[in-house]
Design a protein around this ligand. Sequence first.
Ligand SMILES: Nc1ncnc2c1ncn2[C@@H]1O[C@H](COP(=O)(O)OP(=O)(O)OP(=O)(O)O)[C@@H](O)[C@H]1O
Ligand SMILES: [Mg+2]
Length: 299
Amino acid sequence: MLEPDQLPESIEDVTAGLRAAGYLPGTSTAIVAFLATKLGKPVLVEGPAGVGKTELAKALARYLGRTLVRLQCYEGLDEAKALYEWNYRKQLLRIQAESGEAGWQDVQADIFGEEFLLARPLMTAIASPEPVVLLIDEIDKTDQEFEAMLLELLSDFQISIPELGRIEARTHPVVLLTSNNTRELTEALKRRCLYLWLDYPELEHELEIVRLHSPDLDETVARKLVEIVQQVRELDLKKPPSIAESIDWARALILLGATEINGDTFRETMSVIVKHRTDLDIVAARVGVKLERPAGEAA
Ligand SMILES: Nc1ncnc2c1ncn2[C@@H]1O[C@H](COP(=O)(O)OP(=O)(O)OP(=O)(O)O)[C@@H](O)[C@H]1O
Ligand SMILES: [Mg+2]
């Protein structure tokens, strides 16, 4: 693990560091993470649900020894919740305390000071005296105006507050934005970011991830599990299982004491990895049936 003011020396450093922090990065993940820390550019991480976008930011914070500041985006998110807000209650108390003695000019100068600001995640991140990792999670849930506001912040690392003036970043955060691709992000945003596409992992990589999260699962069961999940992903489903589902399934199998995955175990536990009524039918028919038959027997 590094100190907050240290940066990784090489891609190998990043790979080893993320592993030590409990995250197994693919090659492009390690490269992009390394470049992000060195170039000081934000990273836009896109990909399907449950492939480790959010976890990458958390692991990076652990590895870099920095605090993680997280902004969870949602529809209707505005500056007041993302940047800063005036603490009205405190302002009001001050006005009441001063009433009578001071004129409006004095009170006004007083109540728009930094002590009356409530810092929200974006401001917290750039005003922090120690550099942080800033995770702007699910940016695709916000609207384009919010994106535009963000651009300004990400390119200048400063916030303008009309009543107070400019607040400049004391330190530069490592910034990760994640998106599930529910809407196309603007070119302007993409231009300012490094891009990382996270997809479902290759078999061996996924096996390693599952084993990392569930070291107690029998080796052969773990391999079978990952093979089945990869087969299920090939089917045309509404919601293919992600790494998150593989991990959950491994945990479920351990709890149930499963020593193999046969037709019965599969039927009993498939709802851990498949979560739509119609998908369940497809998977039962295409994968479940195969498991019912002993290996080698023809259809
Ligand atoms: N490379 C990896 N190494 C270790 N664990 C991983 C890796 N990739 C994913 N995981 C695990 O998979 C699970 C899902 O990851 P995460 O929540 O980050 O997905 P996500 O891409 O943010 O999904 P969503 O789009 O639904 O928010 C987590 O438990 C995470 O620890
Ligand atoms: Mg996420």
